[in-house]
Design a protein around this ligand. Structure first.
Ligand code: NAG
Ligand code: NAG
Length: 270
């Protein structure tokens, strides 16, 4: 009797072991409740509350003091976003978005959305080192970061156990502003209300990744967006790190974005 009870405990222990620790993979910066993260409520098409930033974030000339972390894979500055089927950028209505993976997430069916803003010296050191590597012409020592992580999130209408894990990081030294998008594990592209298949989470109007400044010129659609190929975003990059995209966003002199041909030789492209 005792051995089987112990066995059951072991099984339970592994079931509740969510992927929220830093051991998950070197691509994702540490996240989860043990890092002090807040967790979004479990609502289909839900959002965080309006989050007041300790450090204002400049996004293409506009300085923002609040943002929302929206379940459907978007960080928005002006108002929450509940739309579940993505639109290509530039958006006609001029909303400012950072969209790591805009699609119909349903965290009631599975997964969690975490966020925190931080001045943790170890994390800021890691982020500064990465930014200096990708943007060697920029002197940058991060003084603040905002980390939002979608951890094994399910899609609306899912009849599978598929989950997507990705992260968006905003960071600054109060002079220069960057975003880093990290894709660790992408298993689905589309919710069932966007013409996706309930069993596979594929087909239909697939996820959209990139950012939209709100004006008509400063936006970026990560290759593969809104096609089946976005499932392979974990293998693409503009900074030669598969699964990672990084952008300077305070103005439009963007390494890797205004010159995507830099990476034409790279097998990181789809
Ligand atoms: C942890 O991540 C792996 C790979 O992404 C996934 O297969 C597994 O289901 C996840 N576990 C939990 C509890 O979310
Ligand atoms: C994703 O990448 C794999 C491996 O390169 C490839 O076989 C597959 O066709 C790609 N999927 C899509 C939908 O492009």
């Amino acid at each position: 009797m005792l051995p089987s009870g112990v066995f059951l405990l072991l099984i339970l222990g592994s079931v509740v072991d969510t992927n929220t620790s830093s051991e998950k993979g070197s691509l994702l910066y540490p996240y989860g409740p043990d890092q002090g993260d807040q967790t979004n409520p479990k609502h289909d098409d839900g959002t965080s509350e309006r989050i007041a930033l300790f450090t204002p974030f400049t996004f293409y000339g506009k300085t923002h003091e609040t943002l929302f972390v929206n379940n459907n894979g978007v960080i928005s500055f002006d108002e929450p976003v509940r739309e579940y089927t993505p639109d290509p950028f530039p958006l006609v209505d001029g909303r400012s978005f950072v969209a790591p993976y805009w699609a119909d997430v349903d965290n009631v069916l599975g997964g969690d959305i975490f966020y925190r803003q931080t001045t943790n010296a170890v994390l800021l050191g890691d982020i500064s080192r990465d930014i200096k590597q990708y943007f060697p012409e920029t002197l940058f020592t991060a003084t603040w970061a905002f980390v939002a992580t979608w951890d094994h999130v399910a899609y609306y209408g899912s009849t599978s156990t598929k989950g997507n894990t990705f992260q968006a990081v905003l960071t600054t030294d109060s002079k220069t502003f960057f975003i880093i998008l990290n894709y660790w594990d992408i298993q689905w592209t589309t919710g069932a209300a966007s013409d996706g298949d309930a069993e596979t989470g594929l087909g239909g109007i697939a996820a959209h990744a990139g950012f939209n400044s709100g004006d008509e010129t400063n936006f970026y659609n990560i290759p593969g967006s809104q096609t089946d190929a976005i499932i392979n975003i974990t293998a693409t990059s503009n900074v030669n790190v598969p699964g990672r995209w990084a952008f300077r966003v305070d103005n439009f002199q963007l390494t890797g974005v205004d010159s995507p041909k830099v990476n034409e030789d790279s097998d990181c492209w789809l």
